[in-house]
Design a protein around this ligand. Sequence first.
Ligand code: BGC
Length: 742
Amino acid sequence: MWTMLLLISGACSNLEPPNEMNTKINDLMDQMTLEEKIGQMNLYNGFWEVTGPAPEEGDAANKYKHLKQGQVGAMLNIHGVENVRKLQELVVNESRLGIPLLFGYDVIHGYKTLAPIPLAEAASWDLEAIEKSSRIAAIEASSVGINWTFAPMVDISRDARWGRVMEGGGEDPYLGSRIAIARVKGFQGEDLSAVNTIVACAKHFAGYGFAEAGRDYNTVDIGTSTLYNIVFPPFQAAVDHGVRTIMNSFNILNGVPATGDTFLQRDLLKQRWGFDGFVVSDWGSTGEMINHGFARDASHAAELAANSGSDMDMESYAYVNHLKALVDSGKVDIATIDNAVERILKVKFELGLFDDPYKYCDPEREKELIYHKDHQNAVLDMAKRSMVLLKNETNLLPLSRGQQKIAVIGALANDKNSPLGSWRLSSDDNTAVSVLEGLKSYTDQVTYAKGADLVTAETTFINEVPINETDKSGFRDAVKLARKSNVVVMVLGEHGYQSGEGRSRTQLDLPGVQQELLEAVYEANKNIILILMNGRPLAIPWAAEHVPTILESWHLGSQSGNAIAEVLFGEYNPSGKLPMTFPRSVGQVPIFYNHYNTGRPDGLDIVFWSHYMDESNAPLYPFGHGLSYTTFDYTNLSVEVSGASKVNVKVTVTNSGQMAGEEVTQVYIRDVVASVVRPVKELKGFKKFSLEPGQSRIVEFQLTEKELGFYDNKGNFKVEPGKFEILVGTSSVEGLSGEFEI
Ligand code: BGC
């Protein structure tokens, strides 16, 4: 059957003019039965031993049969050249038309070689490095047969309780959009038909990051202004830069499940933004519309999802079981099916799967590229760029390589698993370089005491993390060690599985007995360098007040310990900036820099202003904050308006310290009076660059309509004349300010 298809398709690559590809798709669709068309809209999870005998019973047998009957368009969680080839052969050789499968996988921050978690990468504000990181992930993933990743997650979130903040670009739509573009470019490259590029998927459309109270899968209820100005921009940016797939979302958005939302999927995404790839549901989200109280049963769910523009059903069995009857009864138009199938086939053509369905199945490539040295170097570089120096009051950092005795304390310091993060499905356990290993490669003056376990039992991707809440038996040794050391490196934070999907928290403190350990060690030795290892902003007011040095390292991936050691010993000068606000207290959450002013923003002697009685409004560490071992001075801000709405901004940045370093200059504006009120600050530009000690540079930005305008409550973009305030500097709260009028 495959030969027949080859005859139709000929040599097809994405260099061909689109109309030729369309003709081929049409030819193919003319041959397809309705069942085969619906099959393309069906995405199954693979869970049996693919290279073993054909499954004979249960769900697996059913899926196997459907594969042979051409009733499956894509598989997820099948990886490894041998496995992918086996299933591709099954479909190509045994189904009537032999249409090759897509193989999807959550390649979130790498396949086996792991880069930092996406939130950590976002902290680098380094778009080139982020693009490269996704490129590396695509190269490795494509070598094991994967041709589609369910990434990037571009959900903006302001709520650190939500575990999935680790998977995104943080709280800001401008930074988030730039990162979304970098990641799409990294995964998809210049040419989707190349053997080392894979299809990207911007997810979760839309609003998932605004789950109420930070509880995963929870209701989302937000207004038009937030939707258009905060939630949508990274998706639109991904679409504008050619992302080929979009995943919808588990949540309801203003009463309608995203999976069944016609406005989102048809009106906005496909019509207004002109998205011509396909939409895939989230895992089981079609069926979950029954629980939401939107669909009566699976058939109704299939009808609502298909009609609203969800092209492919992931693991709900709703399309494969019900779409045919729905078409026969006229509830779903055949044109709806045709449109979805056309979109899916187009992506397959663009990948070049009709030229060679086994193009990602080269065992030599697989052997060569897994854990490749170049990939290790790239993720090491990315890891260094991702750390944020939150505090360095007494200049404990950088450490000298001299004879000072270094105590290393904390279970996470000796953990080779946690740095791999939450989404590391295929990476091998315990393959990260631990902090302890990293430090030991620099000096033999390192002694380790665990202090306390973080977890009490084995941890897994699917189970709750058992945290040690009681056992402090190791405190004594840790305190003793701290007392006789010159400096203490404490590695505290979250286990790798404490953030990610299904991992919401109500507390944002150091889990278990870690806070107590920190305070006990502090009593013995105040020279503490606290390395935070976590997947979300934490509320650590005590540490921020007492501990002299705090380095945010997140979950940094395979090369974690080496990267941290390089930063501690000053071989790399930290340059990261927070992509999410750190709260003082969970009660402040959601806390974010681009909030509105309120009618009562100013402090009064009496209580009637917008504040808390028991906590300040200010964050612990603001968005954009991050120190360096050197200092940067800002002078000579110039803001010139040219033409109707063009603003040229210039500022001089000088490295006024002793060490070469990188700075991220950030531009924030405020539209002072607008027909829909604008936030007190909005990021509208940033540049990352390095300066030698004493060196200066004039950094320039141009603000155009795109940066100066906003979406009104009807979703129309407008620029309104009037006064603007501007802040140019080193974080969202520190810099030179000015004003201009357009
Ligand atoms: C997640 C998606 C993911 C999918 C497939 C879902 O639970 O929400 O982000 O891509 O599973 O693994």
